[in-house]
Design a protein around this ligand. Sequence first.
Ligand code: RB5
Length: 149
Amino acid sequence: MKIALAADHGGWNLKAAIQNYLQKTSHQVVDLGIDQEERVDYPDFAAKVARQVSQGRVDLGILVCGTGIGMAITANKFKGVRAAVVTDLYTARMSKEHNNANVIALGGRVLKEDQALEIVKTWLEAKFEGGRHQERLNKIAKIERENFL
Ligand code: RB5
């Protein structure tokens, strides 16, 4: 999988651990920053990843800020992006099985590193169930078409 990653100052060190994990498990990582302690604005970095996902340049995206919330709010402004704040293994699995989330947003100030890596693994391994869940995603896509220019 080709996976874009980005973080703000609330999540850059967790992003580094995730990047390392993804590379070890043979995924191709597109690193969109940040890579050191520096105060930045999370919408700028969520947009970098969400744009790549929206344009089909990567398969999936992972965002890390303090809580994951600001990253997800921003990413969901991009067409075709389904970003989920994921906090545990259940929400990780459901975000793929039911919502086919193509971006997950994690909290660097919420999760411990080992929890976050398990979440990433669970989300990557889970499979979208389709069927009635696809019909609901179709409704989301229709709402998107009707409400965004
Ligand atoms: C930055 O302090 C913090 O607001 C940000 O990382 C994120 O948690 C926003 O949702």
